[in-house]
Design a binder for this molecule. Structure first.
Ligand SMILES: [Zn+2]
Length: 406
């Protein structure tokens, strides 16, 4: 198939890449980590790229500041209201709960699927296998580092053999640099010019900026970024969300359990859903700073709203349509009430529903408004006007990489 000079995805136009492009979703990279790593010289290759004309800006993430909605915003280039993905986890109208991992949730095409249709070689690599099916939508070749030992290239070569190294397990800090290495190694074998790599935030959930684990992680990622630059890639990085400490003085998680509070107040038809819920409980025990509350009896809405708004650590309670408006969300895929916690607080369902013993160290998490500011980094110079005066979002990453390179 001949390659088109440009293509369209969800109403936005993109130019075909002239040099290979690697867009990275840097999971949980609160700007504090990047600032600290650059200030202390942990990322010499990234520093050199920035000194040579690259850009480091701050943008905003999709609220709720969770992984699936933001990965999908980045790969579709449009908001959750347009692409349909508002959480990692979802309650069906009949009350059953499901993980948002199936491509049937997508109401928009991915930029990679549209690029592939235009004859451009594409590839998606994800650390967490839970994202693989969403990224593979539209027949995009997609692999996960988590399950690399079970996957093979189209020619039958086992992935780990092609990579020359076994894949680290999901709670190993090396999984993210391995994911970048995978993208760089597989791209030429698949003739991919537009490559997406999505990392994991296990390190950021476990260690604050400046802690030994975080330092080791950012040093190793910089080596992988350097290898990608040496292989000729233009790099773009955008975080899906930031990360903040959510514990009390004694180190225990600072949690409000919404179903427990609602029941104690005599409300009966409530059902709290934590849209952070995913298979990786060691990261966060399904505790984040935003929750949906469903009320099967609409007559209880006002009482529930009042009770939730009075809880210590809750900074906002929005009705379904107000939240959809404020945060560009699909109204049919969120709760009757959207509850926002402050920077130090997370929201759970009930004490019985969360296994805190699974947590690794003190709780650090995300999901609310305080993890909305994210770094957006481009390794090569951009044309004037790319960043100035713009309400920059992480979902603009592909626009910057494909439309604005100098
Ligand atoms: Zn996370």
């Amino acid at each position: 198939m001949c390659m088109k000079a440009e293509f369209e995805a969800n109403g936005r136009r993109y130019r075909a890449p002239t040099a290979p492009v690697l867009a990275i979703c840097a999971d949980g990279w609160d700007p504090e980590y990047v600032d600290d790593a650059l200030a202390r010289g942990l990322m010499p290759r990234l520093s050199a790229a920035l000194a040579a004309g690259g850009s480091y800006a701050r943008g905003r993430a999709q609220v709720p500041t969770f992984t699936n909605p933001n990965n999908v915003a980045i790969v579709t280039g449009v908001s959750a209201a347009r692409n349909g993905v508002a959480g990692n986890h979802y309650r069906e109208p009949d009350g059953t709960e499901v993980q948002v991992t199936d491509p049937s949730f997508l109401r928009a095409t991915t930029i990679h699927a549209a690029a592939r249709q235009a004859g451009i070689g594409v590839l998606c690599v994800t650390a967490k296998d839970k994202l693989r099916a969403l990224l593979a939508s539209g027949d995009v070749p997609a692999f996960s580092a988590e399950r690399a030992h079970q996957q093979q290239l189209p020619d039958g070569t086992p992935l780990t053999e092609a990579l020359g190294a076994p894949n680290p397990e999901i709670y190993d800090w090396r999984l993210s640099p391995y994911t970048i290495d995978m993208a760089v190694a597989l791209a030429p074998r698949l003739d991919a010019k537009l490559v997406y790599a999505s990392l994991t935030d296990f390190v950021q959930h476990s260690a604050a900026p400046g802690e030994a684990l975080a330092d080791e992680f950012y040093r190793a990622v910089d080596v992988s970024l350097g290898a990608a630059l040496d292989a000729g890639f233009v790099l773009g990085l955008a975080a899906d969300h930031g990360m903040k400490a959510k514990s009390l003085e004694d180190g225990s998680p600072n949690v409000r359990y919404l179903d427990d509070e609602l029941s104690a107040a005599g409300i009966r038809s409530h059902h709290t859903l934590c849209p952070i819920t995913d298979p990786y409980v060691v990261h966060h025990a399904a505790l984040g700073s935003l929750a949906w509350v469903h009320l099967d009896d609409p007559g209880e809405l006002d009482a529930a709203r009042g009770l939730l708004a009075s809880l210590r650590g809750v900074e906002g309670v929005l009705d379904r349509f107000a939240a959809a408006d404020a945060f560009e969300l699909p109204a049919d895929r969120i709760g009757d009430l959207v509850v926002l916690a402050d920077q130090r607080t997370v929201l759970g369902r009930s004490t019985a529903a969360h296994d805190l013993s699974a947590l690794h160290g003190t709780l650090r998490s995300h999901g609310g408004l305080h993890e909305r500011s994210v770094p957006i980094i481009i390794s090569h110079p951009l044309r004037a006007g790319a960043l100035e005066g713009r309400d920059l979002r992480n979902r603009d990453l592909h626009d910057l990489l494909l439309n604005w390179l100098a």
